[in-house]
Ligand binder design. Structure first.
Ligand code: KG4
Ligand code: ZN
Length: 336
């Protein structure tokens, strides 16, 4: 019998619903919240309200686009965490009510595990999925980790950020340059016209496979402050070079640790995931490392880099096969 899952993602500022059948996506709808742009970052209270307004229409669209009837759904999955508590509560409560009304099981999903499992979504005409162990650099607005996946549902964290995430470094440095939130994609675009070696920013010396980005943000701030003293228009005149050099620094830090992880573990099944994995500089850097080091490299489609419910659905599919269901007393977790 086919396994059909309705998946809900509401951990931050995207409300998303997907229908996934036997690991294949039938629909994946994402409603992004533009309201945060003018605040320079996600405002938790506004995010929860927007999820509340979006969730029913987004689920309705996902079910319609999938062309299924509600009685074909075998389970409903939701992001339990990590994320913003108010945002998670909307998806969790919706999923509980949905499961109860249809009398179907509920499946909780860890958002970070889901970002990594995006590489296991089945597609017609798509090559094979990664073999295990699979090493994945997860880079998003909230997380920067090197994860070793030993099976679909068994993961070990080999490296983590000790302060800011890579996406935060893009966003906070972008804010210093007056760019809108989220600044990552804007920096990516501006970097194409700039010289990545125009400015050199210091790279942190962090032990093992861990990361640190708060020092880069501070040195970027001091660098801009000093240059603006001499020329108030410094940022405007040099924006493309600043973006290219900043991106190059972040990408170099990320790629060096991924290479180190591969060398230390001997694993050559390698992937990147999360919002920052959409970055052109990072994609180019891992592709060239993969050619040099004979990696079997997995880069997600752009639509699966930022938050989406398809990744929640694929993770839930593997949990469904193992009958890993959740009770109605489940509560969301901001941190896991
Ligand atoms: O995975 P995601 O959608 O949400 C979290 O779980 O955090 O990641 C969002 C992050 C933001 O920091 C955003 O600036 C960054 O991903 N991002 C990018 C790019 N696209 C999104 N950073 C650099 N280059 C991009 N093209
Ligand atoms: Zn995410």
């Amino acid at each position: 019998m086919a396994v059909t899952i309705l998946a809900i993602e509401s951990s931050c500022d995207d409300t998303s619903a997907a229908v996934i059948r036997d690991g294949y996506i039938l629909s994946n709808i994402v409603a992004s919240q533009d309201i945060h742009k003018s605040y320079g970052g996600v405002v938790p209270e506004l995010a929860s309200r927007a999820h509340q307004a979006n969730i029913v229409p987004v689920v309705d669209q996902a079910v319609k686009k999938a062309g299924i009837s509600l009685k074909e759904i075998n389970a409903v999955a939701f992001t339990r965490g990590p994320g913003l508590l108010g945002s998670l509560l909307v998806g969790t409560s919706f999923a509980k009510g949905f499961a109860l009304s249809l009398g179907i099981p509920l499946i909780e999903v860890n958002h970070l595990q889901a970002h990594v499992l995006v590489h296991f979504i089945q597609k017609e005409n798509k090559g094979k999925t990664p073999d295990f162990p699979f090493l994945c650099l997860l880079v998003s607005g909230g997380h920067t980790r090197i994860i070793c996946l030993k099976s679909h549902l068994e993961m070990e964290i080999l490296g983590n950020t000790i302060d800011d995430a890579a996406g935060e470094a893009f966003d906070k440095c972008g804010k210093l340059m007056g760019l809108p939130y989220p600044a990552g994609p804007v920096i990516d675009q501006l970097a194409f016209q700039g010289n990545k070696k125009a400015y050199v920013f210091s790279k942190p010396k962090v032990k093992g496979l861990d990361f640190s980005f708060s020092g880069l943000k501070t040195s970027f701030l001091y660098f801009l402050r000093d240059r603006i003293k001499d020329d108030p228009d410094f940022i405007e005149k040099n924006k493309a070079d600043l973006c290219a050099s900043l991106q190059y620094t972040i990408v170099t830090i990320l790629t060096a640790k991924l290479v180190k992880a591969s060398v230390e573990t001997g694993i050559k099944e390698i992937g990147i995931a999360g919002g920052v994995s959409a970055n052109s500089g990072l994609r180019d850097a891992v592709i060239s490392e993969s050619e040099r080091r004979k990696w079997n490299l997995f880069i997600p489609e752009f639509s699966f880099t930022t938050d989406n419910a398809a990744m929640i659905g694929i993770t839930a599919y593997y949990k469904y096969l193992r009958k890993e269901f959740t009770g109605q007393d489940v509560t969301p977790l901001a941190r896991i």
